[in-house]
Design a protein around this ligand. Structure first.
Ligand code: FAD
Length: 507
């Protein structure tokens, strides 16, 4: 934080001491970033100070996460850094931990240091959602979510890492376990994630003479009777057919019952081992909202009017407070009695509408209702494959849908330099094919240095006689190693530290 920012944001006794009203935006995601930018355009520096609070220094464009996991888009370009995208706006890095709207204060807990409070005059809540998990045995220990760029890149490196290791593993059972990838949740995020990652994995195994695409096993588990509820039954059915044609096993009306130590048990009694479990089974409003005095519905979302002003169950407006996106229950005026679904299409439009309304209110004008008819849905299912549906009627599939998916989302991606970087990456991938290298150790970069820092063990006095049996044991440490190919002793000599041979290809 710059010195001037620190002075501006220092907790104050009340709004009267401020020269210009302060708008504090909680969350710098789709809602936070788009509403902040719009407000800055609508209101001059003398009309309002704007502050965005987020533990991350960037906004993530989640619809591109499956492509980032597949290596079609560089991870750096699916995020928009706040410092560059939020010109003329203060960005505070830290988690909102409590909201006392009655006192117009929020508590911020930084990554390091003590929590502190800041005051405001107007509040925008864009805290998004978190993965909706269930108390399934083994889930917390084994699974990973797919909601942010860190998770998407970890899934990518993990999948490619398993392929690398499996290619040098002798034990067929271990190999099968390594090459079984389970995704739970057949909505947009889950279907796009499994389709993109499977496409990448099939591409990757081409570079491993000891592996074939048939060695890969991808499993999608969905609790309801269909996938992709966001599109028509027909397109959902088409997608299901495409996934199954590619060999992806799809279990419908089935639940994950347990995955202790990677042993997956489904509700239909199917059991298998899988070292990769990706959880994409829905989201819930950010739980930090429970730590606030704002009105919430049964699902923990902040309740709003169609003007995006926060209001209680009786429709009484909570003054100076607005909300939008995944964390808000915004009435869907095109579907009376329903709420806008949690997606980027609504979040981004709500954000700009909200900003316009707040600017209107600051100028003593009336806010207007947010009304957006769902224009449709587009999903990518891997390179050159996709499905799309517009205005409920127009259905597109295959290559054209894939092009529409890319075109729609690249236009929605914030900042021109991001759009250009993504498009130039796609062009480069077409020319040189995407990179499928596993950078798994990136997630534990100090491992090698730690190992190097361990003082060497004193050498045994009679090293020579003891060394030979120890080597033999190392090699057989690969579980279930039955057949030793000819030349195994040579492989032993050159085997890496984990005992897997580097020269001889396992059958
Ligand atoms: C894999 C995936 C694919 C998707 N694909 C599509 C798609 O194709 N089309 C579509 O329309 N939608 C899609 N979505 C949904 C869409 O991304 C979300 O609906 C949208 O991002 C919601 O915007 P938001 O601003 O409410 O939340 P977010 O964009 O998630 O922003 C919330 C922000 O709040 C921050 N935050 C969290 N906790 C705190 C805290 N305590 N204090 C301060 N800040 C906090 C987060 O860091 C984040 O920056 C997809 C989502 C995922 C996960």
């Amino acid at each position: 934080m710059s010195e001037s920012t620190a002075t501006t944001l220092a907790p104050q006794s009340g709004s009267t001491s401020r020269k210009v009203p302060r708008i504090v935006i909680l969350g710098g995601g789709s809602v936070g970033l788009y509403s902040a930018r719009r407000l800055r355009r609508r209101l001059g520096n003398r009309e309002a100070a704007i502050v965005v609070v987020d533990p991350r220094p960037y906004m993530t464009y989640a619809p591109f996460l499956p492509e980032a996991a597949a290596g079609s888009i560089d991870a750096r370009y699916v995020v928009a850094p706040h410092r560059r995208a939020l010109k003329g706006i203060d960005a505070l890095q830290g988690k909102v931990s409590e909201i006392k709207h009655a006192e117009r204060t929020v508590q911020i807990t930084p990554e390091e240091g003590e929590p502190y409070w800041i005051t405001y005059d107007h509040l925008i809540v864009g805290l998004g959602s978190v993965a909706r998990t269930l108390p399934i045995p083994g889930l917390a220990e084994q699974a990973i979510g797919f909601k942010n760029v860190e998770e998407a890149i970890a899934v990518r490196n993990h999948v490619l890492g398993r392929i690398d290791r499996a290619s040098s593993t002798w034990d067929p059972e271990l190999r099968r376990r390594m090459l079984t990838f389970t995704f739970v949740g057949g909505g947009f995020a889950g279907v796009e994630a499994i389709a993109e990652v499977e496409d990448m994995a099939r591409d990757a195994v081409k570079h491993y003479p000891s592996l074939s695409p048939e060695d890969l096993r991808f499993v999608l588990v969905e609790g309801s009777r269909r996938i992709l509820p966001e599109v028509s039954e027909e397109l959902g059915g088409y997608t299901l057919e495409q996934l199954r044609k590619r060999g992806i096993e799809v279990y419908l009306s089935t639940f994950l019952n347990s995955c202790v130590d990677g042993h997956v048990v489904l509700s239909d009694k199917t059991e298998f081992d899988s070292e990769t479990i990706v959880w994409t089974a829905g989201v819930k409003a950010n739980p930090v909202l429970q730590n606030s005095d704002l009105p919430l519905d049964k699902m923990g979302r902040v309740t709003t009017l169609a003007t995006l002003q926060i209001a209680d169950a009786e429709g009484n407006v909570v003054p100076d407070a607005y909300a939008a996106g995944d964390c808000a229950a915004v009435p869907d005026l095109y579907n009376p009695g329903m709420f806008c679904p949690p997606n980027a299409q609504h979040a981004i439009r709500e954000a700009t509408h909200l900003a316009d309304n707040l600017a209107r209110v600051l100028r003593s004008a009336e806010p207007t209702d947010y009304k957006h008819k769902n224009i449709g849905a587009v999903a990518s299912l891997g390179m050159y494959k996709g499905v799309a549906q517009f205005l409920g009627k127009i259905k597109v599939r295959g290559f054209l849908a894939w092009v529409l998916h890319r075109s729609y989302h690249v236009m929605a991606m914030p900042t021109l330099n991001r759009k250009l970087a993504i498009m130039s990456g796609w062009t480069a991938n077409l020319l040189w094919r995407r990179e499928t290298v596993a950078l798994g150790s990136i997630h534990d970069p100090r491992a090698e240095f730690r190992a190097a820092s361990v003082p060497p063990k004193p050498r045994p006095e009679q090293a020579a006689p003891a060394a030979a049996p120890a080597k033999a044991e190392d090699h057989s440490a690969v579980p279930g190693a039955e057949v030793k190919p000819s030349g195994a002793s040579k492989a032993d000599d050159t085997s890496p530290a984990d005992g897997t041979p580097s020269e001889v290809k396992p059958g």
